[in-house]
Design a protein around this ligand. Structure first.
Ligand code: PHE
Length: 448
């Protein structure tokens, strides 16, 4: 019966040790690390923000990550049924569903941005990207047209194809190949960017902190991003946790995933900031940073078309491994809820997600503007509601659940008694209070 028994009884429905770590890193490392992280770091002042992000990742992110993995393995179900089983209370199913809904929403527009990166890889390798020097116009024309829908469809199909192949021969295999491959690409690009003339200024912007730039808002934004970057609050790590063997150490896995995510953000920063500064560009451009600013740099460097192409492929790969995890959350739910096969669950969920994503694909560039209201496009609304509202709410729910409600968290998390106390204290008090702060920013009570 669905994901529950698939996780328990069937080897093909279970991750290997290494496979779980790769899949969880694959989920964590994504557009968050390489598209969002650089532009918010640019916006909130560089190195000091990065440092706060690291602290949030370790102090709050890791404990919540471990909590989610433990809930999944303990409950052996999807993000909703796991909590029902562990608490014995039906009401938790509704709370769990919030994050399933959230990850479905993220998936719908995430596939759109992942599609842009594929298009940009194509444009860069073929040299078409460099036919004009006005990269702002190139980007604007692209997202304002209908091509994004084509690429969105490609991403949804690729993701569905991987998820349909199941846990060990689909998700695990895909991540085991691509995640190590990603490191190789990253290192090539880090070497390229660090050897550019004038790279030093970018390195110090990224690594030499100026604490006068730090505001309370920046701290909460860093925390919100640590959650997004670790794929927390969206049921992903609960869902993946259900496929983990009882023999694997979850605290070890959480540590590996946290460090892996940090490493990719660090390397991404070492690519983007030196490149941006070496060409006298501004790192504060917002969402267009990698699509508008970096092509300027690629067009001016030797072999830029190749480096640009590699960079966008890297972004696409990172995005796909995250998209796979987002889709799996909904698929695990559908399989268990309606007792359907994986294949059926994947294709129904995939098709609906594609349709729900269409307005995102078309609204962001202004092709369809009746969907834009309140100063935000439909795309921005989806991003805001899922990443800034549902995600912290989902995070709050899981911390309260593992900290206060579920009594078996101790056995599942395999921590020493001392670390267990630290963990529980964080889940009970520190994480919830800070996450409420993140929600107050979203509600506009604390201004950005
Ligand atoms: N962690 C992913 C990234 O950094 C995004 C994500 C968020 C994936 C939430 C799953 C759940 O891009």
């Amino acid at each position: 019966n669905g994901a529950g028994s698939e996780g328990q009884d069937n080897k093909a429905g279970q991750f290997s040790r290494w496979g779980f770590i790769m899949a969880a890193i694959g989920s964590a490392v994504g557009l968050g690390n390489m598209w969002k992280f650089p532009y918010i770091t640019g916006k909130y002042g560089g190195a000091a923000f990065f440092l706060v992000f690291i602290i949030c990742l370790i102090v709050v992110g890791l404990p919540v990550l471990l909590a989610e993995m433990a809930v999944g393995r303990g409950g052996r179900g999807n993000a909703s049924t796991s909590m029902v089983r562990l608490s014995g209370k039906k009401a938790w199913g509704g709370f769990g569903f919030i994050s399933i809904f959230g990850s479905f929403m993220i998936f719908s527009y995430y596939a759109v941005v992942a599609g842009w990166t594929l298009h940009y890889a194509y444009l860069s390798f073929t040299g078409q990207l460099f036919a004009s020097n006005d990269f702002g116009a190139t980007f604007g024309d692209f997202i304002g047209g209908s091509l994004p829908v084509f690429w969105q469809l490609i991403v949804v199909l690729l993701t569905a194809w991987v998820v349909a192949a199941g846990i060990s021969s689909g998700i695990e295999r895909f991540n085991k190949i691509l995640i190590p491959g990603l490191v190789v690409l990253l290192i090539i690009l880090v070497i390229r960017s660090l050897t550019l003339d004038g790279a030093g200024e970018g390195v110090s912007f990224f690594l030499d902190p100026d604490f006068s730039k730090l505001t309370p808002t920046a701290i909460l934004v860093a925390l919100g991003h640590a959650f997004f970057s670790l794929s927390l609050g969206m049921g992903v790590m609960i869902t993946y946790g259900a496929y983990v063997s009882k023999k694997q150490s979850l605290s070890g896995a959480a540590l590996a995933v946290g460090l892996g995510d940090l490493l990719y953000a660090f390397l991404a920063g070492l690519i983007i900031f030196p490149t941006t500064f070496a060409f006298d560009l501004e790192p504060t451009q917002g969402a267009g940073l990698v699509f508008v600013v970096l092509p300027v740099a690629f067009s001016a460097m030797p072999l830029g078309a190749w480096f640009g192409g590699l960079f966008f492929i890297l972004l696409a790969v990172a995005a796909l491994t995250s998209a796979v995890s987002l889709l799996e959350v909904a698929v695990a739910f559908v399989m268990e809820k309606w007792k359907t096969s994986r294949t059926k669950a994947v294709w129904t969920t995939g098709i609906i997600a594609f349709l729900v994503g269409l307005p995102s694909a078309m609204s962001v560039g202004g092709a369809v503007d009746f969907l834009n209201f309140g100063g935000k496009s439909f795309f921005d609304w989806m991003d805001f509601l899922s990443s800034n509202v549902l995600l912290p709410i989902g995070g709050l729910i899981v911390t309260i659940f593992a900290g206060w409600v579920w009594k078996g968290a101790y056995e599942e998390a395999d921590l020493t008694p001392g670390w267990y106390r630290v963990w529980r204290f964080t889940l009970r008090y520190i994480a919830p209070i800070l996450v409420v702060g993140v929600l107050l920013i979203s509600a506009g009570v604390i201004s950005e």
